[in-house]
Every structure is written in structure tokens, then in C-alpha cells.
Design a protein around this ligand. Structure first.
Ligand code: FAD
Length: 484
């Protein structure tokens, strides 16, 4: 069985499927107007575009369209609307909640074929890019100019700006710099039916009309397909230091996070790993002190040696206060820093190897409730008997709780564990997703957090953009299958 086949499955939602003849007419018109090289109906392409990095199960699409410019996107949306065929936009396919998984078949609109940097404007600190640009490639390009694009999802070598904008991606550096939304000034967006809009601005200030850009950021491919993004840049911080702190217990690490914040320190990242996560890293051959049951990976940046020395001294004091810290180590050079981060970025694939099935949740609580959340996760694990491990962006209160199991018979217990986690998160004043979105896998839980009126208002908005409901159907909103 392949690794993907061994993943836990989250059933496809109930959605309207297109008529066979409508699909055939749409594909014939697409081939005629875009050219056959952009319309791929091979089994390999269709299967490859039926999944992402989540457990969501979709319906294999009828075709994949590879767009190379705005005209291709607009034309595809025109033809799909005309024939009543659903469209699922896609960039890197690294999504964690099934956003790019087509649940009604139809067409996957691939935008990874639009990966150009159109402009880097140093004087105005702006970059204009296409949606298929790999996030790490944007980092490298702007950093070569002494500039910085802070959003850094851990998937940065494979995810793309279009997907980052659609999911409002975060990442470790969000603690200091915020998430993707803070860096999107404007968008070129194509609507179902083929209308092309330019939203937003390329200036820092600007309050003309409704903030449609903000609405589109995080819309999970359900309102429009992005063909261009105008992004805000900042100067590249001259100095960066990475510190690793080991603790005997995860609660001691969470207490240290609270002390860092209370001390007024603003590291750019505060990443937490619990004991089971350290076990996964050790299994990958990374040497971690055997006494450690939790780790914080902290990164500080700033301007000038004096500022950095002061920040590191205060950080060291906050980490060691309380007497439960086993060790605090600062990376000595860039390659040591890179190795520490590589270990962190490998955590997700490493945890996948620990059990046959894994479900990863992405919840957020107010920072001050982090310890309460960790207590709740332990309680849920004990009550359901489901093995779990937790890591994530502790500085933001955003943790990835992973449930692991080997036997399909354990699935009902896992479902109870997930629902328990969602309910505990809401009770602690938190939210169901920090950065991965709702997609398919979390749609059933939306009513736990949002009122029927708020959900209905968002569905009304969706109808304004997409009256026929053909753009990425079955996402975000509960469709009836097992909704909470
Ligand atoms: C190992 C790993 C680590 C990760 N770490 C993080 C992390 O630290 N932080 C974080 O935020 N996420 C993380 N993710 C999740 C994922 O990488 C992000 O959600 C990312 O933003 C998805 O980008 P993508 O290009 O892969 O998008 P896809 O998966 O292709 O699509 C995601 C969504 O965007 C929509 N979309 C794609 N392209 C367009 C477009 N051109 N126009 C409109 N909508 C579009 C799709 O329809 C879908 O709803 C991680 C994933 C993995 C596998």
C-alpha cells in the first residue's frame, strides 16, 4: 500500500455532480480555444490532481487545465460557467485541509504553470508575482536584493503564493511579522464567468471602497482564481540568532513561552515540540538530549549587535527562570541554524512514519491558554486511547495536534478525539484553524465556532461571486455529511 493510500480518509462531501455531456462539451471547447497541450485528460494527470497533503477524498477530475496567463484562467472560467462544470483551483497542492481536492470532479485549474516574478520594486518595497511562484523562490529573490518577505510556511519549498494567499498561510515567523494577509496589497482575480478584477493597491495606505483584497485572502479558492499578487516587502533584518531550549516537560516549555511574552520580547519565531515530537525527530537520526521531553526553537532578529545581545540575554533569563530548563543552546553559525530548522521542517513527514494513519489538526488558543490546551489534549488522549503528539507555532497559540493510529477499527475513537479537541479549543476561546483553512476536512465543525447567521452571510457572499456554486464546491461550509 502506498504512503498516501495509508492515510486516514475524510469522506467527500455531498455535492452536485456535473452531467457527463456537459463535461464533454466543456472539454471540447477548452481544447479548441486553449489548445490541446493545456488540457490534460490522461489518467496520470487526473489522479495526480485528485489529492493534496490532507486526508480529504475527492472525485478524480475529468481534466487538468494548465494555465499560463490570465487569459487562460479567464477563458477556463468562462467555459466552465457556460457548461455548468465545477472548477477547483490549485497551486502547489500542499494544502492540509483538502482545498485543492476536487470533490465534484470537473476541472482542476492548475496555476503552478504561472510562476514568474513580474517585478521587485526596491524603492516602494513591493513585489508583483504570479500565483505559481514557489514561496522559497520569492524569499531567495527578494533577499538577494536586501529585502524580506516574512510569511514562511514550513512547506515553503513546495507551496506557492497562490495557495498561500488563498489559505492566508502563516508559518513560524508569524509571531513577529504576522501572516500572509499582512503582506497582500492587491490581487488580480478572475471570477466564474471570466470577469477579471484588480483589487487593492500598491501603496501602504489606501481605504478606497470595501477591502475586497482582504476578503479574497483566505477564501480557499471559493470566490476567485488569483492570477497576480502585489506583495508588501520589508527590509531584510541584518542579524538573526536561533536558540534551542530543552525542558523536562511540555508544560514547562509552555510556561517559558508565557514568560517570554510577559518580558516584552518579540522573537520572530517561538516553535514548540512535545516529547513525542522529539521522539519522531530522534527516529530521523537527529541527536536530542535523552532527558528532554519538550523543546522550544526560538529565533530573534534585529539591527545591530547591541540590540541582539540585549534580546538574547533577556531571552536566556526568561527561558531558565522556573528551574525546569535542561539546556539552552544558541546556534553558532548559519549552517547550524539551517540544520535546526531543517529538523523542524522535517517534523511533519517524520511523524507520518510513526503510525499507519495520521490526522493533523491546526487549532489556535489565546497564548495564555496554551497550558490548558495541552492539558486538554492529554485528557482527550487518555479518554479515547488515541496516541497523539503536538508541535507548532506556540508563540501564536497555534498548535498542530496529530492523532496517530494503526488499526482502522480505532477510527471512531479518533473521530471522538478530533471532536473533543475542536470543542476544547472553542471553550478555551480559540479558533478551529490557524493557517490550514477549513477546506473539506474541517467543514463539519464550522458550526461549533460560527453562528448559523454568520455562516449564512458567508454563503450569501459566495453566491455574489459565484452564483452557480461551481468554483471549488464542497469547501468551508458543512454539506450534511456528519456535520456537528
Ligand atoms: C509539510 C507541510 C508543512 C506545512 N506548514 C505550513 C505552515 O507552517 N504554515 C501554513 O500556513 N501552512 C502550512 N502547510 C499547509 C500548506 O502548505 C499551505 O496551506 C499552503 O499555503 C498551500 O499552498 P499550495 O500552493 O500548496 O496550495 P494548494 O494546496 O494548491 O491550494 C490550497 C488552496 O488554495 C486554493 N488555490 C490555489 N491556487 C489558487 C489560485 N491561483 N487562486 C485561488 N485559489 C487558489 C486551492 O483551491 C485551495 O483551496 C504545510 C503543509 C505541509 C505539507
Amino acid at each position: 500500500m502506498s504512503a498516501r493510500a495509508e492515510r486516514a480518509a475524510v469522506a467527500a462531501p455531498e455535492v452536485r455532480l456535473p452531467a457527463r455531456e456537459a463535461v464533454e462539451r466543456a472539454l471540447a471547447e477548452l481544447e479548441r480555444r486553449l489548445g490541446p497541450s493545456k488540457v490534460d485528460t490522461t489518467e496520470a494527470a487526473r489522479n495526480g490532481h485528485a489529492v493534496d497533503e490532507s486526508e480529504a477524498v475527492g472525485r478524480v477530475p475529468d481534466a487538468v487545465v494548465y494555465a499560463i496567463d490570465t487569459n487562460d484562467v479567464a477563458l477556463t472560467l468562462t467555459i466552465a460557467e457556460k457548461h455548468g462544470v465545477p472548477i477547483t483551483p490549485r497551486a502547489g497542492g500542499t494544502g492540509r485541509t483538502g482545498g485543492a481536492v476536487p470533490v465534484a470532479g470537473g476541472i482542476v485549474l492548475a496555476t503552478n504553470t504561472m510562476g514568474k516574478i513580474l517585478e521587485i520594486d526596491r524603492a516602494n518595497l513591493v513585489a508583483v508575482v504570479q500565483p505559481g511562484l514557489v514561496t522559497a523562490d520569492l524569499h531567495a529573490a527578494v533577499e538577494a536584493e536586501g529585502l524580506f518577505y516574512p510569511p514562511d510556511p514550513n512547506s515553503l519549498k513546495t507551496c506557492m503564493i497562490g495557495g498561500n494567499v488563498a489559505e492566508n498561510a502563516g508559518g513560524p515567523r508569524a509571531f513577529k511579522y504576522g501572516v500572509t494577509r499582512e503582506y497582500v496589497l492587491g490581487l488580480e482575480a478572475c471570477l466564474m464567468g471570466g470577469r477579471v478584477l484588480r483589487t487593492g493597491k500598491r501603496t501602504i495606505k489606501g481605504v478606497t471602497g470595501y477591502d475586497v483584497t482582504a476578503l479574497l485572502v483566505g477564501s480557499e479558492g471559493t470566490l476567485a482564481v488569483f492570477t497576480e499578487a502585489t506583495l508588501r516587502l520589508v527590509p531584510k533584518p541584518p542579524e538573526v540568532a536561533t536558540v534551542l531550549a530543552l525542558f523536562d516537560a511540555v508544560r514547562a516549555a509552555a510556561d517559558a513561552v508565557a514568560r517570554i511574552v510577559a518580558a516584552g520580547l518579540v522573537p520572530r519565531c517561538i516553535e514548540l515540540m512535545d516529547g513525542a515530537s522529539l521522539g519522531a525527530i530522534r527516529a530521523q537520526g537527529v541527536a536530542v538530549d535523552p532527558r528532554a521531553n519538550a523543546m522550544l526553537l526560538i529565533e530573534v532578529d534585529g539591527d545591530g549587535a547591541a540590540v541582539m545581545d540585549d534580546a538574547l540575554e533577556r531571552l536566556g533569563a526568561a527561558l531558565t527562570e522556573g528551574g525546569k530548563t535542561i539546556d539552552v543552546v544558541a546556534a553558532q553559525d548559519a549552517s547550524q541554524r539551517a540544520r535546526l530548522w531543517e529538523a523542524r521542517r522535517q517534523l511533519s513527514p517524520a511523524t507520518r512514519k510513526l503510525a499507519k494513519y495520521k490526522l493533523s489538526e491546526d487549532i489556535v488558543v489565546p497564548r495564555t491558554r496554551l497550558v490548558d490546551l495541552l492539558v486538554a489534549v492529554d485528557r482527550i488522549g487518555e479518554e479515547t486511547g488515541v496516541r497523539h503528539l503536538t508541535y507548532g507555532h506556540a508563540g501564536d497559540g497555534n498548535l498542530h495536534v496529530n492523532f496517530l493510529w494503526n488499526d482502522e477499527g480505532e477510527r471512531p475513537a479518533v473521530d471522538r478525539a478530533i471532536e473533543g479537541l475542536m470543542r476544547a479549543t472553542i471553550q478555551l476561546g480559540g479558533t478551529l484553524s490557524g493557517e490550514h483553512g477549513i477546506g473539506v476536512t474541517k467543514a463539519a465543525y464550522l458550526p461549533l465556532e460560527q453562528s448559523p447567521d454568520l455562516i449564512a452571510l458567508q454563503q450569501d457572499l459566495k453566491r455574489v461571486f459565484d452564483p452557480s456554486g461551481l468554483l471549488n464546491p464542497g469547501k468551508i461550509f458543512p454539506t450534511g455529511h456528519g456535520s456537528c
